[in-house]
Design a protein around this ligand. Structure first.
Ligand code: ZN
Length: 76
């Protein structure tokens, strides 16, 4: 336990999916977490740099965004 409270560092709308995405620090025991607010999909990252790199394309880490992308592109 770090003892630090979770803090929201960034929030934006992902252009590729139209969903709201957030970057959290100290979220649920993880140092850095990206969260798809629309679907609740989240993934942990070791550094802020990595997390920010993933933030703008939730279709690569949010299961629901992934499904929607695959539906759209016809991948089954
Ligand atoms: Zn999503």
């Amino acid at each position: 336990m770090s003892g630090e409270d979770p803090s929201l560092k960034l929030e934006r709308r992902a252009r590729s999916t139209g969903t709201k995405v957030q970057l959290w620090k100290n979220f649920d025991g993880a140092r850095w977490v990206t969260l798809c607010e629309d679907h609740g999909g989240l993934v942990e990252h070791d550094t802020r740099r990595l997390a920010e790199g993933w933030l703008s394309h939730p279709e690569d880490w949010c299961p629901t965004c992934q499904e929607k992308r695959d539906e759209k592109s016809g991948v089954t």
